[in-house]
Each structure stands twice: as structure tokens, then as C-alpha cells.
Design a protein around this ligand. Structure first.
Ligand SMILES: [Zn+2]
Length: 199
């Protein structure tokens, strides 16, 4: 019996195929975590513009890895590299969520890449308490890490001001999605009025 318990093997998430470096990827997931990832994808899809269509291509850098001191060991973490979708206006495939921050601005406007990134990070965070990104450390400049180590089987999460990375996430969302200095909202600055819908 493996020490991480039973894991489920999947080649897709929410019926959207997963890839690793261009090849079909089979991930080994903890069952409850697998459903959290699917919830994120479904949430996010329905917040996106109508012409952003499935099938997605979900590029990952890993799910279950036998590595100590990591939720990856338990199949309760995933590293996203990017997610592409189809644009029904013309049929082109494009990157809806680019986690390699050093490539931002190479295919389109830098600010668009950044805004889409933070919108997706916010959607992930709603379903999983721990999301690590490039403001967490340099190791996360090429992927976004999601795990449910703290949030467990909870279907949604809440803001925790004691989490430095979560504070950075909220500040970045306010700044880069709504172009709102994060300290000004209480004094009449622009307030977020809609969900994390990037354009
Ligand atoms: Zn990771």
C-alpha cells in the first residue's frame, strides 16, 4: 500500500485533456483534490468571455510526485504551466492562462497576459486555499501551484489575512485586474463590482 493512499489516474480535468511538455499527461490525483481542480475549471470557464471556448488544453508540470514535504506527494497539488482555449471568433487557439511570466508580452500586450493570469489565480484560490505564484518566490515564475493542504475537502475558501501569499494575491488582483491601488478602495477609489472576468 503506497503511503500516499489511493490515487486516481486521469488524462483529463473536467473533460479537458491534460499535457506535459506537449505529450498526453496522466496525473495521479487524490480524489477530493481532483474535484477541486474541476470546480475551478468550471467556475473560470463561465466567467470568461463567451467566445472563449472548449476544448481547453491544460498544460501541467506535475501532479503526484514522490517528494517529501510537498502536497504533490499526496496527489493533492497541481502545477499549471498554461491553459489554451479556442476563440470562436475565427477559430484560433490562444493562451488564456500563461503561467510563464517571463513570456508575457511576447504574443500580445503584457498587461493582458498579466490580467488574465491574476484572474485565473483568483478563480483557483476560490476553490483551494493555497495557490503559489511568482510573487511567492522565483521558483514559481514558470508555473502556478494549487494545493488543498489547508482547505482539504472544503468546496470554497475564505480570505486569511495571516497568509502573506494570499495578501499578495489580493493586492495583485486589485492592481492588475481592476487597476485599483489596493489601499484606495475604502476611500472612494474604484471598487471591484464584477467577478474576475478578464478581457
Ligand atoms: Zn507545485
Amino acid at each position: 500500500m503506497p503511503f500516499h493512499g489511493d490515487l486516481v489516474s486521469r488524462i483529463e480535468l473536467w473533460d479537458q485533456p491534460t499535457y506535459y511538455l506537449g505529450n498526453t499527461f496522466t496525473g495521479a490525483y487524490d480524489a477530493a483534490f481532483y474535484h477541486r481542480v474541476e470546480y475551478f475549471l468550471e467556475d473560470w470557464y463561465y466567467l470568461l468571455p463567451d467566445h472563449w471556448r472548449n476544448p481547453m488544453r491544460i498544460n501541467v508540470l506535475g501532479v503526484h510526485v514522490d517528494k517529501a514535504n510537498s502536497w504533490h506527494m499526496y496527489g493533492r497539488a497541481i502545477d499549471f504551466a498554461s491553459i489554451s482555449m479556442l476563440d470562436s471568433n475565427g477559430g484560433n487557439r490562444f493562451t488564456a492562462f500563461e503561467c510563464a511570466v517571463d513570456t508575457w508580452g511576447t504574443k500580445r500586450d503584457f498587461n493582458i497576459d498579466r490580467r488574465r493570469y491574476w484572474a485565473a489565480v483568483a478563480a483557483i484560490n476560490y476553490r483551494s486555499a493555497d495557490v503559489l505564484h511568482y510573487l511567492y518566490n522565483a521558483e514559481h515564475r514558470n508555473h502556478v501551484h494549487m494545493d488543498n493542504g489547508r482547505s482539504g475537502t472544503a468546496t470554497t475558501t475564505t480570505f486569511n489575512s495571516g497568509s502573506p501569499v494570499l495578501v499578495k494575491t489580493v493586492q495583485a488582483c486589485l492592481t492588475y485586474i481592476w487597476a485599483s491601488p489596493s489601499r484606495s478602495t475604502a476611500s472612494g477609489g474604484r471598487r471591484p463590482t464584477a467577478g474576475c472576468a478578464p478581457t
